[in-house]
Design a protein around this ligand. Structure first.
Ligand SMILES: [Zn+2]
Length: 239
């Protein structure tokens, strides 16, 4: 008990010979949350009794008894200050919770893990996942993908557009870049000549989509462009 507390210590409101004098006094010595009720202020007519409390943080606090007993007041105020600080720290850590990058991260998780999401069947419903590192931490995600370069960019799974969300398979790309790299339009270089897959189809007399399908299946460029299709090419053959 500090000097001030000692000065206001009121023997009248403490138990006498261990026997509480009133119902309010029976709470002296009890602890609620961080508050130890060490005494009561003199009753004031028509007012709630005011308790003298010692908080875990060391501060003495006078506060109405009823809210303490009801559990609405649990400390001198230090508890809610600490909770607010904790919240601020975790938000300030990335300081980006209103950013496009944060929203992108959130919708990526929703597409893969929230079956109520509109496009879930195209993502989580098809077994597409987010790597653990990104799933559990926006900061890690942001470290890997960085800031969105412009409002025309969106998160693109590349090179495997059917693959998972992970550092090796994600980038920011414009719609144009994403379309260009859909497998049909992927550039293929063979014997020093670079053309997109559909151009190779035409040059080699393959059916439409044969080259991109083969590359997409992981064939080497040489095998994809030199192995004759089993059936004669027809414009109706589609990957
Ligand atoms: Zn306190």
């Amino acid at each position: 008990m500090n000097a001030e507390a000692a000065a206001t210590f009121n023997p009248e409101s403490t138990p006498v010979n261990g026997k509480p004098r009133t119902k309010a006094e029976s709470h002296i010595g009890e602890k609620y949350g961080r508050l130890l009720i060490s005494g009561l202020c003199d009753p004031i007519k028509n007012e709630d009794r005011v308790a003298i409390c010692l908080c875990d943080c060391g501060k003495e606090q006078r506060t109405r008894l009823a809210p303490i007993l009801a559990g609405r007041v649990k400390s001198c105020g230090c508890l809610s200050r600490e909770l607010t600080i904790d919240r601020n720290i975790s938000t300030a850590k990335h300081g980006m919770w209103k950013s496009v990058e944060f929203k992108t991260w959130g919708s990526m998780l929703a597409r893969c893990y929230n079956a109520n999401t509109q496009k879930f069947h195209l993502y989580g419903g098809r077994g597409i996942t987010v790597c653990d590192r990104w799933r559990t931490s926006f900061s890690e995600f942001f470290k890997d993908v960085g800031m969105r370069p412009s409002s025309k960019h969106s998160l693109d799974r590349f090179p495997n557009k059917d693959g998972n969300y992970e550092p090796e398979n994600c980038r920011w790309a414009t719609d144009e870049e994403q379309n260009r790299n859909r497998s049909v339009n992927v550039n293929v270089t063979f014997n020093g000549e670079t053309m997109c897959a559909s151009e190779w189809d035409a040059k080699l007399g393959f059916g439409h989509g044969v080259t991109s399908m083969r590359i997409g299946r992981g064939w080497t460029v040489e095998r994809a462009l030199t192995q004759k299709p089993r059936r004669s090419p027809s414009p109706k053959v589609v990957s």
